[in-house]
Design a protein around this ligand. Sequence first.
Ligand code: HMG
Ligand code: MG
Length: 309
Amino acid sequence: MIPSAVTLVEVGARDGLQNEAQPVPAATKIALVQRLQAAGSREIEVTSFVSPKWVPQMADNAEVLAGIARSEGVRFSVLTPNLKGLEAALAAPRALWPDEVVVFGAASEAFSQRNINCSIAESVERFRPVVAAAHTAGLKVRAAISCALGCPYQGEVTPDAVEQVVRLMKDIGVDHCGIADTIGVGTPRRVQAALERALKHYPLAEVSGHFHDTYGQALANILAALELGVHTFDTSIAGLGGCPYAKGATGNVATEDVVFMLDGMGIATGLDLAALVDTGGWISGLLGRAPVSRAGKALLAKRGLAVAA
Ligand code: HMG
Ligand code: MG
């Protein structure tokens, strides 16, 4: 049965901005998260503790986390690919710690090498102490499984390959498993096949979908996931983003588009579409472009507001 409520994890501040070529000041990232909280986001992926040489845009991670006044009931997550990243995330006073950390592996060997400079097996060995230390610190651990529907370097990725990584993540104690379509090539039946493999090892509440919208399939894929009962999805305000190690990848499905669809289906998200549209228009304007969100653009046009070229 289709779920009656859905949790959206807002990833615009991390996945959305990590690939932005122009410098985005920490103050803008902080203001973005504040606005998202005000629009009702209760799960926000704020930043990454990765090498600044690899992803310079996230080098201000600690400053951003320290600058946000976290609203009651809001959970923050950050990416931590290794112990160095986790230690950096926990170097701040406890009040500034994230609630959840994300380790990110891949279902494709080629992508693993390009994104985190090691094999899948090596990545899992790197994640093992991160998971243990995060649990000791009282944090939840999510894994993202990139290229679960296809890889920009090696092409097809099978459900077997996805399940193999899911199993490895489960073995090291990861709490939640995100199935990521990094380059947006997945289509509904294939997405269901990948999710079904994750659901063999994790309960419904601990499996999520992370769909980039490169080929315009993300809303259909979310609907396909809802048919399986999956009720957690990553979305990006204004459709911001891409992945620096997946050339041509566009952003995650836009938060506004998903909320428009779910509102129309009577599925609760707790998010305020009008406030999201404002936020999407605001951040897109600062970045000098129109929101990628179709619903965002349509609703701004309906209000008679000009949308940046
Ligand atoms: P490496 O070069 O193999 O690591 O990179 P290393 O351990 O040999 O260290 C090299 C240098 O990086 C050293 O500095 C370390 O101190 C430093 P140096 O001595 O040269 O001055 N370093 C760090 N600095 C800060 N924070 C750290 C850290 N670790 C090492 N945590 C590493 C391995 C994983 C670090 C690197 O490959 C990396 O940072 N990759 C990041 C890739 C990334 O952020 N990709 C985008 C996010 S994933 C994504 O977008 C996909 C997702 O959205 C799902 C989907 O769509 O598929 C989640
Ligand atoms: Mg992504």
